[in-house]
Design a protein around this ligand. Structure first.
Ligand code: SAJ
Length: 437
């Protein structure tokens, strides 16, 4: 029976007759849905956000990495369609879940989006459908939460559904690693599940790495991003140490990079933003605690990156104080407010914390970001200035918080009284009015 089903499944994959559903058409789900559609599969996107559905109806992309031309092609060819109705899953062979996994207050994991999606999927799931969770979550979620939600509706694993976890590895804006070039890790409740998912991903991704369980697959993603958080936290601490010891951290990193093995460069910054790095390790931290394990590295790194915006403001305050300009009487311009360069995304951007701290210290704060015309966030309500030489001259200090590629940093340095560079954009210009992190 099973062999027969697997054979039929493999045949449907080969003939591209497998129907694919992607639940959640965000920065992970939409590129993934398009990849399958481009390969000739019939893909249905399930999206509950009305604005996104309206944009899809107009065939206009709302995701930076997805061009409207590419989206238009797959929609017009009918390869990709979108709906908010989960009932459509009755005809779908493979359901891939790409919904958010944010943090709740007190940094607790919030898997409510996953649970809601799974409850709706379970109501309409086609018999023997394969369900794959891609949303980053703590080890154990698939087995302890998702599987019971299907079984609560009388669905039996291996009879009525198959279940896998495969971490998303989309890297927004990374042209070097498009979706099909990023190895896909896949873990199943059992080998058959993983094998089926491997067949599906193998149609769009060059390399698939099957692992022995869903927990290994869940943990893999968290190791990747915890590795990143801890190393960024370390280099932030090294940067503060170097400043104290009168050594330029950027030159030290550049020299350390000459080592062809055993070293991987990370760069200090004003903090760590984005939807992954500040958040994912805290999912692992929380779950490890349930096993009585206190991860000091994750806690320390998390505290370190949270401190960086405070550190940046303290450095700027010191520089201004030495020029008899207290922060409360200063005018400061923050250049670049997104969480990383050339990406129009403000999520947990440290620049927002820097602005908030400056405002709390009664400093007159403005900002400039070519990707962010206006900023409304908590108590911040600002409009990006126009970056002209006379405008720059009007500030006591300019903070480079995000190093967008297309800015004229030399012109900023020429016109600014002082520049505090948190991203080493002035690596080739050393001047008396430029200070580095
Ligand atoms: N950052 C530093 N120093 C560094 C690297 C990053 O301060 O050396 C800061 C960035 O400025 C940013 C934050 O950390 O504020 C996150 O940067 P990121 O490069 O890690 O970018 P993300 O958040 O887009 O992370 C994604 C992740 N991709 C997935 O989760 C699928 C991450 O796993 C990737 O490693 C990362 O992209 C990447 O390598 O670009």
């Amino acid at each position: 029976m099973m062999e027969n089903f697997v054979k039929q499944f493999r045949d449907k994959v080969k003939k591209k007759r497998l129907t694919i559903g992607v639940v959640g058409l965000g920065y992970v789900g939409l590129p993934l849905a398009i990849e399958f559609a481009k390969k000739g599969f019939a893909v249905t996107g399930i999206e509950v956000d009305k604005d996104r559905l309206a944009s899809l109806k107009k065939k206009i992309s709302y995701i930076t990495d997805v061009s409207t031309a590419e989206l238009r092609r797959v929609i017009e060819s009918k390869a990709l369609s979108a709906s908010c109705d989960f009932a459509i899953l009755r005809q779908i062979d493979v359901v891939i879940i790409c919904v958010p996994t944010p943090l709740k207050k007190k940094y607790l994991p919030d898997i409510s989006y996953i649970k809601t999606a799974v409850k709706f999927i379970a109501m309409h799931l086609k018999k023997k459908a394969l369900v794959i969770l891609e949303s980053t979550t703590y080890p154990g979620t698939t087995e302890e939460v998702i599987r019971p939600l299907f079984e609560a509706r009388g669905l039996r694993h291996g009879e009525d559904f198959y279940l896998c976890f495969s971490p998303e590895r989309i890297d927004p804006g990374n042209k070097m690693f498009p979706v099909h070039k990023i190895t896909k890790v896949v873990g199943g409740i059992d080998k058959t599940d993983a094998y089926l998912a491997g067949l599906v991903y193998g149609t769009i991704i060059e390399n698939v790495a099957l692992v022995s369980s869903v927990r290994v697959a869940e943990f893999t993603k968290l190791l990747e991003n915890t590795f990143r958080l801890v190393n960024i936290g370390l280099i932030d601490e090294i940067a503060m140490m170097c400043h104290k010891m009168g050594v330029e951290v950027w030159e030290v990193i550049k020299a350390a990079k000459t080592k062809p093995f055993g070293f991987m460069p990370f760069y200090p910054g004003p903090g760590v933003g984005g939807h992954c790095i500040p958040k994912d390790p805290l999912y692992l931290y929380w779950k490890a605690k349930k096993f009585g394990f206190n991860s000091r590295f994750i806690k320390l790194a998390s505290d370190m990156i949270s401190y960086m915006p405070v550190y940046v403001v303290s450095r700027v305050a010191d520089i201004l104080r030495r020029r008899n300009k207290p922060l409360s009487k200063a005018k400061v311009l923050v250049v670049g407010v997104t969480y990383k360069k050339d990406i129009k995304d403000l999520r947990k951007s440290p620049a927002l914390d820097i602005i908030a701290i400056l405002q709390q210290k009664q400093c007159a704060v403005s900002y400039y970001d070519p990707l962010v015309p206006y900023l409304k966030y908590n108590d911040i309500d600002l409009i990006s200035i126009t970056l002209t030489p006379s405008a720059v001259k009007g500030f006591d200090c300019v903070i480079i918080a995000t190093d967008h590629s297309r800015l004229d940093y030399a012109a900023i340095a020429r016109n600014a009284k002082l520049v505090f560079d948190t991203r080493n954009v002035y690596r080739n210009i050393r001047a008396r009015n430029i200070f580095l992190l």
